[in-house]
Design a protein around this ligand. Structure first.
Ligand SMILES: *Cc1c(COP(=O)(O)O)cnc(C)c1O
Length: 417
């Protein structure tokens, strides 16, 4: 049995799609002393992170920071904007969409859970778990809703259970084309900080985020980025809310404080994360994840295994799902890889349980750690007797050798000096 004093040599390879590996810089920042959350220094910290996080959501509007995981921020998005019995439209892109749908039902909302049409030879059980959202399906459903009963469209930006990224701008266009007033609520818990996400430009009303994925932080912070239209909706929405209520938090945030005790040391981490991401520049951050994702896909293609996302235009920059041949137990494979190589891979969730594993390519990583992670996968696959067409590691090396790694700002400055 593993115990908490189990510390193998070298770094653990935390290659799950969140929590992602945390940079030492962020861990060190967290070790600063916890300060008085009503004192003067705290207000300065609060103001700084509240301003910085808006840049990451690419919004001029407020972002609410909760001491909670992403699930809490999901709940906050729903209870602040909706009332019991309200109809919401959701799309079953995968396991996380299903969980948000279940939460909406538990809160007393009436959900309609769309299934994207299509067939699939590789995973006939759920072809819609291999592709993104079809915005035209949302448009035609909203056009039918002449009484405007649907109050919100709730969709995934990056569906972490499948490795599929959805076109949120197209969803906004579909809502507008239908002339429908529904709010657009988006889960970007695993997109934020790894995939381009434009809260304002894409016309999102509430974007839900979390700390432990693209922001490279430990778990424990959840976010709601909110549009003026969402704030208006919150004034008449009647689902019960106390801790999640935006109004009191926004009022106190004006000076950098919170109504209840915030997670101070995680705010130090957020401050450091923002310095890193904004210092590198968001376009560089996104390009870096796209390069990693393409390198990992090159490896999976060389193995000859199917990528869970069947649509090239919807490949996730943050993770890649790998489907295994029928009869191979993906969870047993993951256990072997963990035991032999100290490498953690994401499990198949929901309908994909035991059928696939997920490789996270986000957080504190680089081309070489990804090559090493792929080596762990490749050795594990061979140990499990899975037939591989070729070496994924070689394909990934070829990919990374052919693509210049973008250096962070600091490194570039040093090079120019
Ligand atoms: C991780 C994740 C969640 C759940 O967030 P928690 O922090 O585990 O509560 C929800 N949605 C998506 C897309 C995620 O990746």
């Amino acid at each position: 049995m593993l115990s908490l004093d189990f510390h193998p040599t070298g770094r653990h390879f935390l290659q799950i799609p969140g929590p992602s590996p945390v940079p030492d810089r962020i861990l060190r920042a967290m070790s600063l002393p916890t300060i008085d959350h009503r004192g003067p220094e705290f207000g300065a910290l609060g103001m700084k992170v509240l301003a910085g996080i808006r840049e990451v959501f690419q919004t001029k509007h407020p972002v609410v920071i909760y001491a909670a995981s992403g699930t809490g921020a999901w709940e906050a998005a729903l209870v602040n904007t909706l009332s019991a019995g309200d109809h919401v439209l959701m799309v079953e892109t995968g396991h996380f969409a299903a969980l948000w749908n279940k939460m909406a039902l538990q809160l007393g909302l009436v959900t309609e859970f769309l299934v994207t049409p299509g067939s699939d030879a590789v995973f006939p059980e759920a072809p819609h778990w291999r592709r993104g959202i079809d915005a035209s399906q949302i448009e035609s459903r909203l056009r039918q809703d002449r009484e405007k009963k649907i109050k919100a469209v709730c969709v995934m930006h990056n569906e972490t259970s499948t490795g599929v990224v959805c076109d949120i701008a197209a969803v906004r266009k579909a809502i507008d084309a239908a002339g429908h007033p529904a709010l657009l609520l988006v889960d970007s818990i695993s997109g934020l900080g790894s995939a381009d996400l434009q809260h304002d430009a894409w016309g999102i009303d509430v974007t839900v985020g979390g700390s432990q994925k693209g922001l490279m932080m430990p778990p424990g912070i959840g976010f709601n980025a909110i549009s003026p239209k969402a704030i208006e909706a919150s004034k008449t929405a009647t689902l019960p809310r106390v801790f999640w209520g935006w109004d009191e938090i926004l009022a106190m945030n004006a000076d950098g404080y919170w109504p209840s005790t915030p997670n101070t040391n995680l705010l130090y981490a957020l401050n450091e994360s923002l310095d890193m991401l904004l210092g590198e520049g968001l376009p560089n951050v996104f390009a870096r994840h796209l390069r990693w994702a393409a390198g990992v896909r090159a490896a999976v293609n060389a193995w000859g295994l199917p990528i869970q996302c069947a649509d090239e235009a919807s490949y996730s920059p943050a993770l890649t799902g790998v489907l295994l041949p029928k009869g191979v137990d993906a969870d047993a494979l993951r256990k072997t890889i963990h035991r032999r190589f100290d490498l953690s891979l994401g499990m198949g969730l929901g309908k994909l349980k035991g059928r696939m594993f997920r490789i996270g390519h986000l957080g504190d990583s680089n081309d070489l750690t990804l090559v090493a992670a792929l080596a762990g996968c490749e050795m594990g696959l061979k140990l499990a007797g899975v037939h591989l067409e070729g070496s994924g590691v070689r394909a990934a090396m070829d990919h990374f050798a052919a693509h210049e790694a973008r250096l962070g700002n600091a490194a570039q400055c040093n090079a120019e000096r």
